[in-house]
Write a protein that binds this ligand. Sequence first.
Ligand code: PLP
Length: 414
Amino acid sequence: MVFVNENYLKLKGGYLFPEIGRRVEAFKQANPQLVDRIIPCGIGDVTEPLPPAVIKAMHDAVDELAKRDTFRGYGPGSGYDFLKKAIVENDFSARNIVIELDEIFISDGSKCDCGAILDIFGKDNRLAITNPVYPVYVDTNVMAGNTGLGNDDGSYEGIEYLPCTAENDFVPAIPTKPVELIYLCYPNNPTGTMINHDQLRAWVDYALANDAIILYDVAYEAYVSDETLPRSIYEIEGAKKCAIEFHSFSKNAGFTGVRCGYTVCPKDVHAVTKGGERIKLHSLWTRRWNTKSNGVSYPVQRGAEAIYSTEGKKQVRILVDYYMANAALLRKGCEESGMKVYGGIHSPYVWVVCPSGTDSWGVFDKLLTQLQIVTTPGAGFGSCGEGYFRISAFNSLENIKEAVNRLSGPVFSK
Ligand SMILES: *Cc1c(COP(=O)(O)O)cnc(C)c1O
């Protein structure tokens, strides 16, 4: 007999989006005449087509592959320098942050990186993860055997949960217990809220003082609409010694289906062996890439490079502005219906307080059955998400206008 990885059996989940799908399906079965009215504002997937500059670059790259003279086979495991250069110049040098080409690792998306990074960490690190949270951080740690068993409320033994609520502006307090591996994500999914430099500096200072490492997810960085807020953790002094940063082209350039992102692993980030020897994580991460990957496809990397061209930047701006305008409409619509809203200013997600007397699944059901709007119940992101629901602005303007129109009716008084 072959043994399985029993850590997978500890997983509670796969619960949230399948459960939403099940409820939507049941509603459709029972109400076939309303199927066309359903507006999906649940899952965080983009709806608008790729920027033309990206399409052209990908077409051209495919044509190169069609000719013997310009054909390319295996590329570098951690990505081509042409893309790394575009990234370093635009995302870092332009903001006075010094990052070297070989500190950039191109991948097929940051969800994958958030899981893969655990390859280079030991098993006994104390984990700090926000609540509510993007479930990937939790589940990948469960799979890797870094947690104990799951509890009925969806939490796991061995994780220090950091509550993010309206009381702390959805930025967790510095923990009183020592922790080593800290997950932070700003602009945040699911709350749609942001962190400022002082708040982020407090975390960097904590990490430096306690030999901790921050895994910082900036998938929504393009949505930061206030120049004074941090778009990278490396804007904070000292972060290059204690932070690994995850970027994605999914939410800015619409790459959710194309698949490309990157990780920054600075050479100054260290962790220790059981014997106390300091090891550069950069060496391990480089080795991991060269061993386990042959990289992202050439046309996709050319497409990603085009995001940073003059045309590409303009076109990405238009895409992000489109979703941001949707988010503003959603915020306004919810507020005018008497609901309290957070987020949606530096992110495509609006985090809405459930009207009193209804829990988050209750609101979900009400919005589905009475208004045919699909949202995401906050409880699905962790116990501190109870009392909230998330509306995604990733949709057509027409759909968002219609959703706002429906929300303006007296649904919660019924
Ligand atoms: C969408 C999202 C990502 C990006 O995932 P990709 O694999 O790059 O598509 C990463 N982190 C968070 C929090 C997200 O919401």
